[in-house]
Design a protein around this ligand. Structure first.
Ligand code: C2E
Ligand code: MG
Ligand code: MG
Length: 452
């Protein structure tokens, strides 16, 4: 479908492809608009806002896809009606929209974002009902956050997903980790670009132990050792890598490295357990991810059943059915699917029954708050009961003390991992552990050594 779409400075461009449902320009035209703005006036600041509807899947589920379409149409109208005339609005796809604000710095863009959020406080009238939608917003500013339309949109979208995964209804700025000052961020971003080529990444493995104290799995955790910046934890750089797109090659390196390690351990007669790998939402949603994983398995000669993918709620929020079908594809390769950090998001129980899962990993915030009058023990217990009812395995993350160990045992968790068993292990330390599995029990002096 072709029609007219707004461009900066009020010019009307003809034959721009528009979205059939909303009449808004589509993502490709939007990026061209941003690129034209950059080439037209390279010194002029502008802002890009990406808007995602929170828990939009519920509207489809409750009222049907027809009502979902009406809600998207109403959102498009609402956005166009709220924004100033020179803003360019587009539908990126699904429940995601983007807006270009010419001649706009970050404070002004934040003001626009808060006006958009306020507009969502009014219900949408759909098929005789008032439906309340809420939105998450990600914000990127040219030139600070990207040099072209595609990178600015990608970064604003990654920030939006961060806002969503923290509960929604909020604004996040691209790459603005409170730990970073702008110059630090620039330094880290440049360093990240070369980290793979300079061989600065390595993996650590954290044991997962069953109720008999036996090693049942190892979670691979990425470590970045930079010669000047020192050791950088994944929590510090994964978001940045997601925004810059570096997460795709880094994520593939992680999968390939773990597969090579499995082959290496086996070559020396050792029998590694299943390896759990963290998969970023950006990686999970990237086109061709299943094919790339299949190619790595083939290249390294590793069967999928040696691996487990840990996905967070961010992998699922976008579209539950689409996520479920990706998961099913991985499971058909033999890879198990775990939901990581379970319980910290907004409504994990509502989609748990719709996903082809194998494992639920209860977030460590619940484990560290097990004790006390308002302790989380009943929550952990309920999650375990529900998960077992569905035939899922339950892992308690971040177990640091024997008290916690006893309580997660009482709450019927199947596996535990945490600093109680020591720091995550290097490749060579894993080899020593596999050669002498009883050393696992010795690494923590349990008052009840045989079990947890
Ligand atoms: P996660 O997947 O929930 O991993 C567990 C994190 O908790 C790890 O931190 C681990 O060292 C830490 N941890 C384990 N036991 C304990 C404990 O008893 N107490 C405490 N306080 N912490 C504990 P790490 O290595 O910094 O990883 C942080 C997060 O970074 C991970 O959380 C995961 O979301 C992400 N991450 C790590 N490796 C990768 C990777 O290869 N790819 C992607 N996409 N993300 C990764
Ligand atoms: Mg994990
Ligand atoms: Mg976790």
């Amino acid at each position: 479908m072709a029609a007219t779409a707004p461009t900066p400075a009020g010019r009307i461009e003809h034959d721009v492809p528009v979205d059939a449902l909303t009449g808004l320009m589509r993502g490709g035209a939007f990026e061209s608009l941003l690129n034209r703005s950059i080439t037209g006036s390279p010194a002029a600041q502008f802002a890009v806002i990406v808007i995602g509807l929170d828990r939009f899947q519920h509207v489809n589920d409750l009222l049907g896809y027809g009502a979902g379409d009406l809600a998207l149409y109403a959102t498009a109208r609402r956005l166009s009606g709220t924004l100033c005339a020179d803003a360019g609005v587009c539908r990126l796809g699904g429940d995601e929209f983007a807006v270009y604000f010419p001649a706009c710095d970050e404070p002004a863009a934040l003001l626009h974002a808060s006006i958009i959020l306020a507009a969502f406080e009014q219900p949408v009238h759909l098929e005789g009902r008032d439906i309340f939608l809420s939105a998450s917003i990600g914000l990127a500013v040219f030139p600070r956050d990207g040099a072209c339309g595609a990178s600015l949109t990608r970064r604003a979208a990654a920030a939006m997903h961060r806002a969503k995964s923290r509960g929604g209804g909020a604004v996040e700025r691209a790459g603005l980790d409170p730990a970073f000052r702008p110059e630090e961020r620039y330094r880290m971003e440049s360093a990240l670009r070369f980290a793979l080529a300079r061989d600065q990444f390595s993996l650590r493995y954290q044991p997962q132990v069953d109720r008999e104290g036996m090693l049942q799995g190892l979670e691979a955790l990425l470590v970045w050792d930079h010669p000047d910046l020192g050791r950088i934890r994944p929590e510090t750089f994964i978001h940045l890598a997601e925004e810059t797109g570096d997460i795709l090659p880094i994520g593939e390196w992680v999968i390939a490295a773990a597969c090579r390690h499995i082959t290496g351990w086996r070559a020396t007669g050792l029998q590694p357990p299943r390896i759990a790998l963290n998969v970023s939402p950006v990686q999970f949603a990237s086109p061709g991810f299943v094919d790339r994983v299949t190619a790595i398995l083939k290249r390294t000669g590793i069967g999928g059943s040696c691996l487990e993918f840990e996905l967070t709620e961010g992998c699922i929020l976008r579209d539950v059915d689409e996520s479920a079908s990706h998961m099913a594809e991985f499971r058909s390769l033999g890879i198990r699917i775990a939901i990581d950090d379970f319980g910290v998001g907004c409504s994990p129980l509502t989609y748990m029954h719709r996903l082809p899962l194998d494992v639920v990993k209860i977030d460590r915030t619940f484990i560290s708050q097990l004790t006390g009058p308002a302790g989380s023990l009943p929550v952990v217990h309920t999650i375990a009961v529900l998960a077992h009812h569905r035939g899922l395995q339950v892992v308690a993350e971040g177990v640091e003390t024997f008290d916690e160990l006893e309580l997660v045992r009482a709450a019927r968790c199947d596996l535990v991992q945490g600093f109680l068993f020591g720091a995550p292990l290097t490749h060579d330390e894993v080899a020593r552990l596999l050669a002498n599995p009883s050393s696992l029990g010795k690494s923590f002096r349990s008052p009840h050594p045989s079990a947890f």
